[in-house]
Design a protein around this ligand. Sequence first.
Ligand SMILES: Cc1cc2nc3c(=O)[nH]c(=O)nc-3n(C[C@H](O)[C@H](O)[C@H](O)COP(=O)(O)O)c2cc1C
Length: 189
Amino acid sequence: MNPFKKFNLWFSLAKKKHPFDHTAFALGTANKNQPHIRIVLLKLILDDGFVFFTNLNSNKGKHISLNNNLSMCFYWESIKKQIRIVGKGSELDRSNSDKYFASRPRGSQIGAWASEQSSKIPSQKFLKDRVDYYENKFKGFDVPRPDHWSGIKIKPTEFEFWQHGDYRLHEREVYFLKKKIWEKKILSP
Ligand SMILES: Cc1cc2nc3c(=O)[nH]c(=O)nc-3n(C[C@H](O)[C@H](O)[C@H](O)COP(=O)(O)O)c2cc1C
């Protein structure tokens, strides 16, 4: 089976059965010295990749500009499945980022301007003042997407599907690209 198909199958099962946000995944980035992970939300599934949205000036944005090798990890306890993906990150095309930004609630759009994600701030009030400033600035207009806020598309080079089994006899299927064809291998748990 094509791993994208398998991903979609498991993702739709998780959508039905997982009591929490099934789109949440751990995103791994690395600068020169250190891996970092944090939770982000999967917002688009394209034919050739997976998209989350973020501030490009954040820590993760800076890592990605240095090193676009990324990893993703979903775990859905309710269906006892994990999917790990590794791939290459790149900025989503402007028109798709614009489209997604336009679909967000106005408060989130203002927040994208107000929050210089991952930078130090003196207080929560400082952030609230910035929100007020941008609300005022864009009063009566559609909020445009900031250039530094965009989708990142992760184009997979490898998938691992993990299914819980009794007595730790889990099933692990890895799909990897060989000469542009997806090949499958099975790993011992
Ligand atoms: C449930 C959940 C969903 C999140 N979704 C996103 C997201 O889609 N994009 C994002 O930039 N940060 C998201 N965050 C915040 C990140 O985990 C992280 O705090 C932030 O992006 C800054 O990370 P960085 O300093 O490594 O760049 C989410 C956090 C949680 C707990």
